[in-house]
Design a protein around this ligand. Structure first.
Ligand SMILES: [Fe+2]
Ligand SMILES: [Fe+2]
Length: 328
């Protein structure tokens, strides 16, 4: 009996499916459900005081810290809901695009993106509940531009173009959140406070999202031609523009409701700097996407170190062992 040898591309795609399978292997264990939180704990005086430490580095700024955290997490919840809906849209369109190969036919990509979408919807649910709990205000924009943001992904583009643009738009925010999660862990190593627990549990899912983003930005991106890459950048620029609009509108909304100038909060200043640097350096000189750790320079490492206690974002820096007698 003879068998046809698998082509290099088929072997490569099977290898990619295995990698996605490994990323998702513990998705049912390392996750959370919002029912599991002790919600009334979120607004105890000690928990509200910790927000000041997070946002200002000292106690005594509870009102400004509260407004800042409400603004950031309400805005994030809005973006997460959009990521979730857009991922469902992309998955629904896959059958319309025959010839995508093993990656679309196997269950691994479908599973990874489905879990990602489901988790983001629960994050959105959780963060909206949290910000209402700690502030007592209704932090939602009357016009959240949802239809326009979704419309960017409703063209007849290749599904990988849409998925890469979406993951890259989420990636910057997810990387910044990782830095904030690390800051909370550094300030509250025993995770006594609600916010630290919230960021930690959110981070269980986010650690996988980051791996899926890296997979998408490296492996799926490699499968696009130049024209498709340009189109991906166009959609990404469109969603980034809307994210900036949301940021401005949430700053105004929460600033008004809380009577606070959020731009004066120290953590907001660091966050803006990190976000801007990540966004402007997301592509290397050849136009290829790079990870948040690949884009760091000494100045940014120093900023991260001062803020979160570590000079890296996702990957620990790799230090090669030198042979005896050779300086590293
Ligand atoms: Fe999330
Ligand atoms: Fe995420």
């Amino acid at each position: 009996m003879s068998s046809t040898p698998a082509s290099d591309t088929e072997v490569h795609n099977l290898h990619l499916r295995d990698r996605l399978g490994e990323i998702m292997a513990l998705a049912h264990v390392n996750t959370f459900h919002p029912n599991a939180f002790e919600w009334p704990e979120a607004r105890t005086p000690e928990n509200l005081a910790f927000l000041s430490t997070m946002a200002y580095g000292t106690l005594g700024h509870e009102r400004g810290a509260n407004a800042y955290i409400v603004k950031e997490l309400a805005q994030l919840a809005e973006m997460e809901r959009h990521v979730s809906a857009t991922m469902a849209l992309i998955l629904s369109e896959l059958p319309r695009h025959p010839g995508l190969g093993e990656l679309s036919e196997g269950h691994e990509l479908h599973h990874a993106v489905s879990c990602f979408a489901a988790e983001e919807l629960q994050h959105s649910n959780t963060f909206f509940r949290y910000v209402r709990e700690i502030s007592g205000i209704e932090p939602q924009l009357t016009d959240n531009h949802f239809a326009e943001r979704l419309a960017l992904f409703q063209g007849d583009d290749h599904p990988w173009i849409k998925l890469i643009a979406l993951c890259l738009s989420a990636y910057v925010g997810e990387s910044v959140m990782t830095v904030f999660e690390r800051r909370a862990n550094q300030l509250d190593p025993e995770r006594r406070y609600f916010l630290t627990q919230l960021l930690h549990l959110h981070g269980l899912d986010e650690a996988r999202h980051i791996k899926v983003d890296h997979f998408v930005m490296k492996e799926l991106y490699a499968q696009l031609n130049d024209e498709q890459r340009q189109r991906m950048r166009q959609i990404l620029a469109g969603i980034d523009d809307y994210n900036r609009i949301l940021a401005t509108e949430f700053t105004a909304l929460i600033g008004d409701l809380a009577g606070v100038d959020i731009s004066q909060v120290p953590a907001h200043h660091v966050q803006m700097t990190i976000t801007q640097r990540f966004r402007e350096r997301l592509f290397d000189n050849h136009g290829n996407p790079r990870t948040a750790d690949e884009l760091l320079d000494a100045e940014l490492q120093q900023l991260l170190n001062g803020f979160s206690g570590e000079g890296h974002v996702h990957a620990k820096p790799y230090v090669a062992l030198a042979p005896p007698g050779v300086d590293n």
